[in-house]
Design a protein around this ligand. Structure first.
Ligand code: SF4
Ligand code: SF4
Length: 248
């Protein structure tokens, strides 16, 4: 795990994020038994992927929470996307999480958890262009025609309007380091969605059979076109660093 030092302004920024909410549906978990943190349904008979959610952290966010917030004792895993020898990799930390009873008491929720179920998509100028689903399960469920008990997912238009008008913590989401990662996540979303629709043999399957096959394809990495993602990331990084100063 990298040793990341934060500047004073980064500490102030992540402190604001840690005290903010981005989706304002208090108590929504009472209506679905925290479905998004459990994904516990016979529809999804995974063999390898454990039941539960994934807690993602951006590296600077994790550095902040480790120093000033709460994180689990075990260090998270790190995954990275490389897109050129002369450019820094984009890294995301993650760990399996199915413990909504410990959430915010034993460990802090991350920005990505606070955005669930939405991924706000901004352009380079910080204008909101779209709202997509942030979880690969939800993106896949929509493709498979599987309805989850999350009623917040039907509120895309509400959050589109809110973030466009600058509410819902929009200013925090436009901070360049986070903006870059949200734009990178949108590229990954689109790459995945395209492969899911065009390249896989999943379309003919339904219900548990679908999810069983999906698990295999997903874990094999065949649902991401890594070359195309790396190119798109490289183009984004090039344009982004012309406009903003960021250190990944
Ligand atoms: S965001 Fe949706 S799935 Fe998650 S707790 Fe709220 S209603 Fe349930
Ligand atoms: S940190 Fe909380 S909100 Fe995030 S996945 Fe874990 S239990 Fe769910």
């Amino acid at each position: 795990m990298e040793n990341i030092g934060l500047t004073e302004s980064e500490i102030i920024y992540w402190d604001k994020v840690s005290r903010s909410e981005f989706i304002e549906e208090p108590g929504c978990y009472k209506k679905c038994a925290s479905f998004c943190c459990r994904w516990d349904t016979p529809e999804m008979p995974f063999r390898i992927i454990p039941k539960g959610g994934t807690l993602f952290y951006l590296p600077k966010e994790y550095a902040y929470l480790k120093a000033y917030g709460k994180v689990a004792d075990a260090a998270p895993y790190s995954m990275e996307a490389r897109f050129g020898a002369d450019k820094p990799p984009v890294r995301v930390y993650y760990r399996h999480c199915a413990d909504d009873s410990g959430c915010n008491r034993d460990f802090s929720r991350s920005l990505f958890c606070k955005l669930y179920p939405f991924l706000p998509v901004f352009d380079m100028d910080g204008e909101l262009t779209d709202v997509k689903y942030i979880s690969v399960y939800d993106v896949t469920a929509e493709f498979a025609g599987f309805e989850t008990p999350c009623f917040v997912k039907s509120m895309k238009d509400k959050y589109k309007a809110l973030w466009r008008e600058g509410g819902g913590g929009a200013a925090l989401l436009r901070e360049p380091y986070v903006l870059f990662h949200l734009m990178a996540a949108a590229l990954l979303h689109d790459n995945y969605t395209q492969n899911l629709k065009s390249g896989s043999s999943l379309a003919s399957l339904k219900g548990p059979e679908f999810w069983k096959r999906w698990e295999k394809e997903y874990l094999s990495g065949s649902l991401i076109d890594k070359g195309a993602f790396s190119e798109a990331l490289s183009a984004l990084y090039g344009k982004f660093t012309e406009k903003y100063k960021i250190s990944l």
